[in-house]
Every structure is written in C-alpha cells, then in structure tokens.
Design a protein around this ligand. Structure first.
Ligand code: FHN
Length: 426
C-alpha cells in the first residue's frame, strides 16, 4: 500500500441490499483470505511498484513478458486457507496496473498473452469452491494501463511528470462494466464483489488528489445494479462510493463496533502484493487478536497473502496461516457465527458470544485474579478449551458481583474459557 494513503474514511453508510440469508452466511464465516496477485509479484516489492517507482509501460513490460508462474498450485493455496480456518476468499482479478488474471475479450493485457497463457481465475475459484470456501472477486476501478483511463494524481504517468488529462472516461466506463460482466457470468456463483477504490474526496498531505474519481466516474449505481442482476445473492463492498452491503476498514481496527456490517482487511506484513524483503510479519498471536477483536466487534476479517512471482505462498505466510489454524482448531467455535456480547469485558479481554456460550479471550496474562463483572450467578460451569496446564475456574459466587479465577502458570497465547451463560436481557 503506498505511503501516505490514509485508511479509508468509511463515511458511506452500508445499505444491506443483499438477502438476510447471505448476510447471515457472511457473519457465520467471519474469516477470509485476501489474495493480491499479478505482475507486481515479479517485482517482489509491492503492488504499487509501477507508480511508486515511476515505471513507464516499457519499464513494466518485462514483468508481463516473463509472467509464467511455474509453481502455481491453487489447491495448495486453498488447502493453506482452509487449514487456517478461513471460510472464504477474495482474489484480485485485476489490480490498478490493469493486468487481467483471466482471458478477457476486451483487452490483450491479460494472462492469456503472457508465457503462462492460461486462465488463472477459473482454477483458483474451483480449488476454493471445491473445499466449501466462498469465492469473491476484487476488481480495481483504477486502471493505469487502459488508454482512456484518465491521467490523474494517482496515475504513474503523473508521478513521471505528466499533466493530468481526462481522456475519454466513457470508453473506460464501458470497459469496466464489460469486464465485470465477463467475470460474473463465466465462473458460476460469486459470493462477494470487492471493488477498489473511489477517491473523489481524497485529500493527501492536505492536498486534494488531482482528478479524484468517484461514483459518477464508474457509473456506480448502474454497475452495482448489473452485479446484483447477474449474481442476486452477492455482497458488494462500499468502495464504489455508493452504499454497499458492508464497509471495509483497511489496516486498522475500529475502536468500537461499527453500526453496519463490516469486514476489516489486513496484511501479514504491511504489503498487499508479494514483498520479498519485507520481514515485518505480524506474530501469530497478534493476528489471532486481530481476528478476535474483529469478531468481538461484530466484524469479519479478510487477511491477505500475496503469492510470489512463481505462484507460491511465501514460507513465512504459510507459517502464519498454520499458526492461526492451530488456534482456530481449538477456538474456532468462539469465532464462527459468534459476535459481540452484551456483557462488558474487563480490560485486556475480549468477549465473543454465540448463543449461551460466552468466550473470554485474555489479551494479557497472567491474571492473578480474573474478575468477570456482571456474570455472578449466571455461569453454570466453565470449561477450559486450551491445551494449557490445568486451570481452576471458580464459578463466581452469586453473592459477589464478580467472579475470580486462579490461573496456573500459562504458556503465552490467548486463553479462551467457555462460560455458558444465560443471554443477558438486551
Ligand atoms: O491501492 C489499493 C491497495 O493496493 C490494496 O489493494 C488495498 C486493499 O484494500 N486497497 C487499495 C488501498 O486502499
């Protein structure tokens, strides 16, 4: 993600236009894999490399000419995601550089004309769908390769010194709509459409981006109506600059539960595209806490992996997914279909609740005494779900409005106690 891009101002309220059943399914899933893959993976720096390094089309062309992911194995990707406990996936069909991962009838700038030469979207969709995971498409509204996409303040040409110029955006709008129609009619049921991104209101370092783009530039209402006509149960995100089905806070955790349906998108190491030399991988327990914090605030987490130029997940990414998967093996039932509790969690704790089961996630330890305010008299029993050393949980004394727990010496990690409680009167 380029320096200086602030997290998106999610001022566009989400209007739930898809079916309640689809929203319930989305909330049940809670955890998905974001995949950023394209020519930029060969540069192995980040997905904005063309703009950040002011590469001309000619300087970027070698990545196209050498795109031949010989280690591409979508089944391995899907296995790693399923093993991490992920329940759906969102794939970049086209990112800002305009390169298409499918054989589009509307451009030669696609995988079909690279040395690899074959459709990538279909095998990826099939690998994930065959394992019961949901399938979503990320599609960039921005297109730095298209001859009629305006040169504006974000365009690599502007970074190279070109003057902003509108060009013929109507031609680009038709191209955008036609490609979305291609994607939504070629690969069966698609569960999520993840557009990215509008910036008509964007101000950077106190200055408005020259020629920002918004709903009018994408013909967003018409585009969204077509998407829903082609895929009636699809979820559309909020980045068309018109109300969507869910909002998309990016690389930050909202301090309080947002009112609308929301999905946090996060990276493993700060980069969406494969960034070989970026060693800043978040530790697993932080990734787990992000997931827990998100669900405790009634959100979903879309966690990103950027496959490398040969089509493989980096060993560090696989290690992260394996670590999360181990935690999910123990505690997935505190995530799937779970959500916020009406009970207020103590500091350094998060509560997730599903039905009459309250899950207490300790973000700090060791607690000498864990006070669970408001639960006195409501707990029938406590069950330790970790494989940690034995823990004695004293069921709160009904006379005392707080419970306390003597914790044995615990290994680091998030502890989850399962306390079946009567639902609070909310
Ligand atoms: O510019 C993109 C970025 O490369 C990445 O795709 C993220 C993912 O949400 N979206 C935009 C930045 O907000």
């Amino acid at each position: 993600m380029p320096h200086g891009l602030s997290p998106h101002d999610r001022t566009t309220p989400a209007i739930h236009r898809t079916s309640p059943a689809r929203l319930a399914e989305f909330r049940e899933q809670r955890f998905g894999l974001f995949i950023h893959w394209g020519l930029y993976a060969l540069a192995a720096r980040h997905e904005w490399v063309k703009q950040r390094e002011r590469l001309t089309d000619e300087q970027y062309q070698p990545y196209f000419d050498h795109f031949d992911p010989d280690l591409f194995d979508p089944d391995a990707w899907a296995e790693a995601a399923a093993g991490a406990g992920m329940r759906y996936m969102v794939l970049t069909t086209k990112h800002h550089d305009g390169f298409c991962l499918w054989d589009s009838a509307y451009t030669d700038y696609s995988v079909a004309n690279t040395p690899y030469g074959k459709d990538l979207v279909g095998p990826i969709v099939e690998a994930f769908r065959s394992r019961g995971l949901g399938v979503g498409f990320y599609h960039s509204l921005i297109d730095w390769h298209h001859a009629h996409f305006p040169i504006d303040g974000l365009h690599p040409a502007y970074a190279e010194g070109a003057t902003p110029v509108d060009r013929n955006i109507e031609i680009y709008q038709s191209y955008l709509h036609n490609q979305v129609e291609e994607l939504l009619t070629r690969y069966g049921r698609i569960d999520t459409m993840w557009f990215d991104f509008s910036y008509s209101k964007r101000v950077r370092d106190g200055k408005r981006t020259p020629g920002g783009k918004g709903a009018a530039d994408w013909r967003s209402e018409e585009l969204a109506a077509m998407v829903r006509r082609l895929q009636p149960d699809i979820l559309i995100n909020d980045r068309l600059e018109i109300p969507g089905d869910f909002t998309t806070p990016e690389q930050f955790q909202p301090p309080a539960p947002p009112a609308e349906v929301w999905e946090a998108c996060q990276t493993l190491n700060g980069s969406w595209g494969y960034d070989r030399d970026n060693l800043d991988y978040k530790p697993v327990d932080l990734l787990v806490r992000m997931l827990v914090d998100t669900v405790a605030k009634n959100g979903n987490l879309l966690l990103n992996v950027g496959p490398n130029g040969r089509g493989a997940f980096d060993p560090r990414a696989l290690e992260s997914l394996r670590g999360i998967g181990e935690w999910m093996r123990l505690h997935g039932r505190s995530i799937y279909g779970a959500g916020p509790s009406a009970y207020e969690a103590p500091a350094d704790c998060r509560y997730t609740q599903r039905g009459d089961r309250l899950y207490v996630h300790l973000f700090a330890w060791p607690y000498k005494h864990l006070h669970l305010p408001g639960l006195a008299g409501k707990v029938r029993y406590a069950q330790l779900l970790n494989d940690a050393s034995e823990i004695r949980v004293l069921v709160p004394d009904p006379a005392v409005d707080s419970g306390h727990t003597k914790l044995g010496a615990l290994p680091p990690g998030t502890l989850t106690l399962q306390l079946p409680v009567q639902r609070p009167d909310v």
